[in-house]
Design a protein around this ligand. Sequence first.
Ligand SMILES: [Zn+2]
Ligand SMILES: [Zn+2]
Length: 451
Amino acid sequence: MASNKNKSGLDDILKIGKKIYKSTNKTSNKASSSKIKREYASKKTTSSSKRYTGESKRKSSSSTSVVSGENLLKDMSVTAVKSATGRTSTKNLAVKVITYAILWIILLVTIPFSTSIEKEINRPSFAFSSTEGEYSVHFVDVGQGDCTIILLPDGKVVMIDTGPASSRNNLSKYLSSMTFTTIDYLILTHPDEDHIGNACMIYDRYEVLHSYVPKVSSNYMESRGLNESNFKVVTSNVWSNTTQSMYNENCEITYNFRDVKIYDETSIYGYSIDFFTPLEDRQSTNNDYSPIILVNLQNTKYLFTGDASTEKEEEFLTEYSPLVSSGYFDVDVLQVGHHGSKYSSSTNFLNAVTAEIAVISCGTGNKYGHPHSEAVTRLTSCGCQVRRTDEEGSIVMTADSSIENKVATQSHFHRNTDFYLEWKYVLIIGGVLLLVLSYILFKKSRKAKQK
Ligand SMILES: [Zn+2]
Ligand SMILES: [Zn+2]
């Protein structure tokens, strides 16, 4: 089926190519005769030009027309040049037309092809599986949103947020490159669509063993009496559907709060995931439900803050000041809060966590203007190397357990869809420029021959 489809697609392209070839030939013939017409017209009076136009239609092959003596002379000289160089010029013209036609066909073929390149590129260039003793952290390019996948050294899988529904295709493609079928720990930081938009898809597609969710009730929970009395209710459909899928999954459910822990029970592989916030049950905004999570993977530290605001960062610094002073939160990698918003990542906070690499997950040209220049400036002046999914695509960091205490030894970058869409425009513009250039060259060669 697929190959037939491709074949018919190719046939179509060839047909279009032939049409272009024919029309280019026609146009060039027309162009040459109309050029002569224009030259005469400019030298004639209105009444005689009418007559001439009529005549020229008949004359084009014989080059005899009823014109003034001067024009007749010119006409003859043109004809003389034409007959002398006739064969070569026709041949040259044919070669040119064929070349351009081929280039156009290549262009037309490349456009649909670039879509498939995009599909391929969106997948990581190497297969990701949980190799024992190795881990990888994937900041998946989900446009304007967050989704991080951590393959733990014991083969378990952590997913922090799922990105927005608009990134479903991208995320699906990315997941197709991964071999796991179970997600051990799904952490949903807060009930905003750019973080939980694909949660239902994840519950459908994977066996989720354990969910970590904010202390927020939903319409579904209310209707089923699953609500906790002191919980805020978020009435969005996406949150309602997410909680419904979560309850249908029959997984363990833990509410995000300080002191929640995920750790390596065997202590062989050396990892831990610690929640330090929220410090209170109720928060004033959805964003502030985001937990501050420290992920320690064989002594490489990753810090996640979701969309928590600078207020929450300050609360965290105050609450854990002895640990902060001791350098406990000196991390290697920081996932920058709230997609690089200026209302997160305060200088105080950045100075406390001293991240070497700051990853910003945001969408190209997003309407919020993330990342804000203020936040980026604060990050760079704190000495962070800033990496962005909107510029680089998905960012993957891996470290082999044999390499001791190494920071994110490798980063692999996968361009996002937008980049390849832009490529299509580049190809189209290139094609148009090529045509313009060929027209100019054609005009020039005609002029040279006429001289
Ligand atoms: Zn967000
Ligand atoms: Zn949010």
